[in-house]
Design a protein around this ligand. Structure first.
Ligand code: GAP
Length: 491
């Protein structure tokens, strides 16, 4: 696997991600997405939205504001409890975020001396709203998108005809003044989250009719008990095992964990590099009674990719207390006012998924004595689905290739390139993960057929232009090239 610095350099070289404002002064933890990055990031977000909102009959979406008044963050507990401990190396002035168990034992890797405990630090960015200083209000940039869901709970009840159990989802920016942003897109100060709050009747936490969808998903599990006994060996279990053995305490929570774990497998992540780790008691956030993290084995070790917490009725209760507004749900079956439970909050960073997919798909191979870099991305994730090339830029091949490009671009996100050797153009597409390439050659002018090349096997078949869209669609949906036509060539 490449190192994180090599990955950052690759992303800059190919136009995926750039350090932000680099021509002035790059602030650590801020990045800009380039032409390829923005396509891939949008694909990730669309797939998530499709999976958790559009494919569900009981989940709706919102898009909340980034800045909100102080009382929101007092209610959520972030003003008081969202604190990091700053470790400080007296010698090299390096600052890090110390976990509780690291206080008094963590050593600076540069100097070998103990980090000093420099006290607590709240990573929320604060600013003011209002033009007149005396009247201006203290506000915060949201450190998580979740709170916009809770503050809109009543608006959703009043307008969306939702009935328990139901979910509210959101994708948007979040901001944390991280003490030591690091590992490229892994820990940033400005990042994007995709979060879902799933509300359930407090007496029906196990009434989950959808459970069968996920009960057989196979998961590598590391429990809190194991960690307390210094055992790091994962055990493979199904979601059904996890719930029946009371490791995950509620069925709806187990359902969402299964669904999210499966989503990562479905977008092509190597199952051996994924695991599900339970939070130990002293790691639980102030709002959580049970949290499980989906972790990935990065070049810098196993780290959180997504957290799925059981937030209980903590947030709605707090917002009722601080806003003094009625945020109850009226249960028409029992004629009771209740406060629903957020039994599962799947919460994940878009940038972190992006980085994970790059690490997981990046491969270097040797082909005919030369190094070939391939991003073996799932076609739905890759920035481009199809590339269209004329074999050479003359004899009418380029004109024909443009015609084919015009047909295909209505269906797929396509890339057109006509300059440089065909081999170099194939390599450039391999490097950015384009699964299929269509080449227009001299035979095209005779019989209206083109070649279709597979990024991974480098094999090619011939396809009539009239069948191209349907053939590419089948290919991108997972059908093997050899099942779509006779292999005519391999590099
Ligand atoms: N609402 C719950 C919440 O925000 P979290 O574990 O602090 O929980 C959820 O964050 C997810 O957001 C993480 O699993 C990670 O994917 C992403 N995330 C958190 N902090 C991040 C950061 N500084 N940079 C990039 N992604 C981050």
């Amino acid at each position: 696997m490449v190192t994180v610095d090599e990955m950052a350099a690759f992303c800059k070289r190919k136009g995926f991600v750039f350090p932000s404002a680099e021509i002035h002064e790059n602030l650590a933890g801020f990045y800009d997405y380039g032409p390829l990055g923005i396509e891939m990031k949008r694909n990730i977000k669309n797939l998530w939205w499709r999976s958790v909102v559009q494919n569900k009959e009981n989940v709706v979406g919102i898009d909340g504001a980034i800045i909100s008044p102080e009382s929101v963050w007092k209610a959520s507990g972030h003003v008081e409890s969202f604190v990091d401990i700053v470790g400080y190396c007296k010698k090299c002035k390096k600052k890090i975020k110390l976990d509780k168990h690291e206080i008094g034992i963590a050593k600076c890797p540069n100097c070998g001396i103990l980090y000093e405990n420099n006290g607590e630090f709240n990573p929320m960015f604060e600013t003011t709203v209002g033009a007149v200083k005396e009247e201006s209000k203290k506000v915060y940039l949201r450190p998580e998108t979740a709170q916009m869901i809770f503050v809109n709970f009543k608006n959703i009840l009043d307008t969306s005809r939702v009935k328990l159990p139901f979910g509210i989802a959101q994708i948007g920016k979040a901001f944390r003044n991280e003490i030591s942003p690091r590992n490229f897109l892994f820990r940033m100060r400005e990042f994007e989250q995709m979060e879902l709050e799933f509300f359930v009747h407090p007496q029906k936490l196990n009434d989950c009719p959808n459970f069968d969808e996920v009960k057989n998903v196979k998961i590598n599990v590391l429990t809190a008990d194991q960690q307390e006994n210094n055992d790091q060996e994962t055990t493979q279990m199904t979601i059904n095992d996890l719930f029946s053995n009371k490791l995950i305490r509620t069925k709806w929570h187990a359902y969402w964990i299964g669904l999210r774990y499966k989503w990562f497998l479905d977008i092509g992540i190597n199952p051996d590099k994924l695991r599900l780790r339970e939070h130990t008691k002293d790691e639980l956030s102030h709002y959580s009674m049970e949290t499980w993290d989906i972790e990935y084995n990065y070049p810098f070790g196993w780290k959180e990719l997504e957290g799925i917490a059981n937030r209980t009725d903590f947030d709605l209760k707090q917002h009722i207390k601080y806003s003094k507004k009625d945020l109850y749900y009226f249960d028409t079956e029992t004629n009771e006012k209740i406060i629903p439970y957020v039994v599962a909050e799947p919460s994940v960073g878009v940038d972190r998924i992006f980085l994970t997919l790059l690490f997981d798909s990046y491969t270097e191979e040797e082909v005919n004595g030369e190094k070939r870099i391939v991003l073996k991305l799932h076609p739905l994730i890759a920035p481009y689905k199809v590339a269209v090339f004329p074999l050479v830029k003359k004899d009418g091949l380029d004109k024909k290739a443009k015609e084919v490009f015009d047909i295909l671009k209505k269906e797929f996100n396509c890339f057109y390139d006509e300059s440089g050797s065909i081999g170099r153009r194939y390599r450039r597409m391999d490097e950015i993960g384009t699964k299929s390439t269509v080449t227009i050659d001299y035979q095209t002018l005779e019989d209206d057929s083109v070649t279709l090349r597979d990024r991974d096997s480098m094999k090619q078949i011939r396809v009539d232009i009239k069948d191209l869209i349907i053939t590419i669609r089948k290919f991108l949906n997972g059908k093997k090239l050899e099942n779509l036509g006779k292999i005519i060539k391999k590099e």
